[in-house]
Ligand binder design. Structure first.
Ligand code: NAI
Ligand SMILES: O=CC(=O)O
Length: 332
């Protein structure tokens, strides 16, 4: 495919409000249009945006599917996503149109691992239930049998997806006395396994059977979509917990809800849902779950660093280079 000329000052359209200093820098560097009202763009708005820019800066909730990409004029050359996951962008369609896709890995790792660890602690120790009890005014006071949960130390954590976030979770887990097992698309080098004291499971099934707590930290891709289905949820022990800070579509959400409702697993900590921002009413009614509003990476520092990554990707592309965080189909 012939290389298209890259404009010196590209027209950039940003789909959501970004931190003020990030927007100021983008306004300085590029011909940037911001979504001043911060209203999520519907399909028609995205189609219009993609028709009017060289670079689109979407967020992880904008569904940039094949039809939108195919309808975009040749002018659109770069989709510089604000966030780490790229499951909302049809990478194959972008490749066929010669559109480069970038993301912002690395800068969200520690924040998302912190939130994953917070869920790992909160669910077995019933943190959200305890907080609600105090606020309700019905707390009868301390008692030997009140608010009992399960000890973290000594339990086994099974991590699915031992990349940046998975490894950062493993490091935190070790400090809380958890032993770590993992399943990953590729086995980690021996030295990394040693550093993390992590045991490899070639198959997901045995990891699920052997773990007290399972944490999903792999990206959503064609292999992981529906990976934790009803059969695999059935392999988990009745006293086991599932934590998901990655993407809901990796699990069969209705099957998970059924297992939680029927006590076939002990509980879950979720940051992601199948139909965000809607959350299934049956989940809301359960007391053995901790539900967060997709806030794994939501820190001021992380958002600034994410913005800096987006800018670096656009600048490097505009200068004629390969952007540092170009995402290649088949690599996520
Ligand atoms: N809740 C939140 O706010 C956030 C969620 N995320 C989610 O976390 C995901 C992971 O992020 P990183 O750790 O930075 O990604 P990463 O690319 O560093 O690591 C992903 C790991 O998963 C493995 N993997 C890929 N497909 C797999 C499969 N089908 N089965 C088993 N392993 C597989 C890869 O080999 C890699 O080791 C993102 O894709 C995103 O969906 C990321 C940031 C914030
Ligand atoms: O879910 C958030 C992301 O950056 O990916």
């Amino acid at each position: 495919m012939a290389k298209k000329p890259r404009p010196a000052t590209p027209r950039v359209i940003v789909t959501r409000r970004l931190p003020p200093n990030v927007e100021a820098r983008m306004a300085d560097l590029f011909d940037t249009v911001f979504n001043v009202g911060d209203v999520p763009m519907d399909r028609a708005a995205l189609t219009r945006a993609m028709a009017q820019c060289d670079v689109l800066v979407p967020s992880v909730t904008d569904q940039i599917d094949a039809a939108l990409i195919e309808a975009a004029p040749d002018r659109l050359q770069l989709i510089a996503s604000f966030g780490s996951g790229v499951d909302h962008i049809d990478l194959g369609a972008a490749r066929s149109r010669g559109i480069i896709v970038t993301n912002t890995p690395g800068v969200l790792t520690e924040d998302t691992a912190d939130m994953t660890m917070a869920l790992i602690l909160s669910v077995p120790r019933r943190l959200a239930e305890g907080e609600k009890l105090v606020r309700s005014g019905n707390w009868p006071g301390w008692s030997p049998s009140g608010m009992l949960g399960h000890r973290i130390r000594g339990k086994r954590l099974g991590i699915i997806g031992m990349g940046r976030i998975g490894r950062a979770v493993a490091r935190r887990a070790a400090a809380f006395g958890l032993s770590v097992a993992y399943h990953n698309r590729h086995r980690l080098p021996f030295e990394v396994e040693q550093e993390l004291s992590a045991t490899w499971h070639a198959d997901v099934d045995s990891l699920l059977t052997d773990s007290d707590i399972v944490s999903i930290n792999c990206p959503l891709n064609s292999d992981s979509r529906g990976m934790i289905d009803a059969r695999r949820i059935g392999l988990m022990r009745p006293d086991a917990y599932l934590i998901n800070t990655s993407r809901a579509e990796i699990t069969d959400e209705p099957a998970l809800i059924a297992a939680l409702s029927e006590g076939r697993i002990a509980g879950a900590g979720l940051d992601v849902y199948a139909h965000e921002p809607a959350v299934d009413a049956r989940l809301l009614a359960l007391s053995n779950v901790v539900l967060l509003p997709h806030m794994g990476s939501a820190t001021f520092e992380g958002r600034d660093a994410t913005g800096a990554r987006v800018i670096a990707n656009i600048r490097s592309w505009a200068d004629g280079h390969r952007p540092p965080n170009q995402v290649l189909e088949g690599w996520v």
